[in-house]
Structures are given as C-alpha cells and as structure tokens.
Design a binder for this molecule. Structure first.
Ligand code: GLU
Length: 306
C-alpha cells in the first residue's frame, strides 16, 4: 500500500543505458520512498531529443524491472507534455517574471563579469532584461531572478544557500532551439505528479535553488530534497555516457545493487551478495537510513562495481 503522504520519483534522461551512478539514484529514491510506504513514480526526461539514444527507454525499463525496482502508475514521458510546460511559461509571462533574450552563449560569455563566473556557465549579465536591443530578435526566454536568495535544508547535504543574481543570473526557461529548459520542465512535472520528496544525485544540487525560485513564482509546493553523492570512476570523473561508464547488465544486477547499498552507507551484510534483487531491496527497505548516507557530493565507486 502506498501512502499519498510521500510521492517520490526517478527521472532518468534516455541518453543511454543505466550505469552504476544511475542505479544509486534509482535505488536511493526507491528505498527512501518505500521505507516510508510512499509511491515511487518513473518519468522519462526526453526533452532534449538530440541527446536521446534509440532504445534507451526500453533498456532503462528492462534494467529497472530486472532490479525489481517497481514503479507506480504510468510512466510519464516529457516529450508528450509540451502543453503543460507552455501553460507554465504563459503564467510566468502573465506575471511579468520572464523576458525574451537575444543573446548567444558566446555574447554572454564575452560580456559576463569574469569575477562573477561560477563553474562553466557564465552568469547572465542582464543585457536584455529591460528590452531587446534594437534590431535583435528573440532567441530564448529567461526568468528574472531579482534579489532571490534561496536557503534550504537538504536531507543529506545540509544547509544550502544560493544568491541567484550573483551565482546564476536570469536563467533560460525556453531555449533558443524551442525546447523547454530542464529547470522549467522538472518543476512543472514534479508539481503535476504531486512529488513530495526528490532524491537524486548531487550533480543537480546547484540547480535546486533555481527550481525553488520557479516553484515560488508558479505557486507550486517545494518538495523535500535529498542529494545523494555522485559516483566517481577511478579517474575521479562522474560516471556518465561521456566518461564511458559501463552499462549495468540486467542479468547480473544483484552485485551492483549490493555495491549501491554500500555506496549509500547502508552497510549491507556480506551474505546479501548471494541474494536475488527482490531480497536485496527488502533488506535495503527494512534497514534504510538517510542519515547514514555519506554527506559528500561525490565519492568513488566501490572497486567491484564499475
Ligand atoms: N533527468 C535528470 C538526469 O537524468 C534527472 C533530473 C532530476 O532528477 O531532477 O540527470
């Protein structure tokens, strides 16, 4: 029985098969939901169609099924939900919270104050905030961040604070290629699906204040967030398609599942390595403890799991 008090989700992008890093996010969110008798929903985040790999959705499904990670209800697919995102954008337009922007990535990188840059993405310098410069046409739509300072408690990583104006700048909600941006889609979908708890990789933690800002503008509730450590390969890189992470073999997922429990600080007993996926999940659910998840943004994969 699922309680409606907790609704969690796993939201993979179908850019390739699941690997150990995605298994950690899938299991962490499943275990946290099921330990609290919650629902766990599956959403395919395929808005970025050029990055989609044919066959990835079927492969993700097959791997989740092989791992006995059962989801509730229908799978939500972002590419069929453009009207919902368009309605959210319209509400932001009606509220005067967004503006059209003509700037290219290059122009932003060139004109952004170097001292204000965070990571790779340049902080938007505000060029089109008060209107498009003469002769320029709309490329993207951006949301105004104004003076927003987002403070929040992450259930794993602790207190977070981000001043959007200096750390991110007005950010894109409708991209120059006509696709809705991840930040808008994820917020609109979490609200539509009634998600109360988001458990996902810490690679998304810096996006969370942007999502909270949009939730406030759109009048959506803010879920509880828990950001799990990201899995690193031997070279210290995040496991991903780009770093050539080994796909999980659905016929042999039990050992990876035990390694994922270990990675999440749950100290599975040695004898669990001979168990079937369902028993591994039963053990994990009965012993699940979010406070035991290491409070770090990234950590190496246990040797046996890559
Ligand atoms: N689709 C994103 C990814 O695969 C996850 C988004 C989320 O959990 O909010 O990295």
């Amino acid at each position: 029985m699922s309680s409606i008090a907790y609704r969690g989700r796993f939201a993979p992008s179908p850019t390739g098969p699941l690997h150990f890093g995605s298994l950690v996010a899938a299991m962490g969110s499943w275990l946290d939901a099921r330990a609290k008798n919650g629902a766990w929903l599956l959403r395919i985040e395929d808005l970025d169609q050029p990055r989609e790999e044919p066959g990835a959705v079927a492969s993700i499904r097959a791997t989740l099924e092989a791992c006995a990670l059962e989801w509730d209800g229908e799978i939500a697919v972002q590419s069929g939900r453009n009207e919902w995102y368009a309605a959210a954008l319209q509400r932001l337009k009606d509220a005067g919270a967004v503006f059209p922007c003509a700037c290219s990535r290059r122009e932003i990188a060139d004109s952004s104050t170097p001292g204000l840059r965070q990571g790779k993405e340049a902080v938007y310098p505000g060029t089109c905030r008060h209107g498009l410069p003469a002769g320029r046409s709309v490329r993207a739509w951006r949301v105004r961040v104004e003076e927003a300072v987002i403070e929040m408690d992450d259930a794993v990583q602790g207190r977070l604070r981000q001043q959007l104006a200096t750390e991110v700048g007005d950010f894109v909600v409708l991209r120059a290629d006509g696709c809705f941006a991840y930040q808008l889609a994820v917020v609109a979908d979490d609200a539509a699906q009634g998600i109360t708890h988001v458990v996902r990789g810490a690679d998304l933690i810096d996006s969370t204040p942007r999502q909270v800002h949009l939730q406030r503008l759109l009048g959506y509730a803010t879920p509880r967030y828990a950001h799990l450590p990201v899995a690193l390969n031997a070279a210290g890189e995040k496991l991903s398609k780009q770093t050539l992470a080994t796909p999980l073999d659905p016929r042999r997922c039990a050992s990876a599942m035990v390694s994922a429990l270990e990675f999440l600080g749950q100290a599975p007993p040695t004898m669990l390595s001979r168990a079937a996926p369902r028993e591994i999940l039963d053990w994990g659910r009965a012993h699940w403890s979010l406070p035991r998840v290491p409070r770090v943004r990234a950590r190496p994969v246990p040797g046996s799991a890559v």
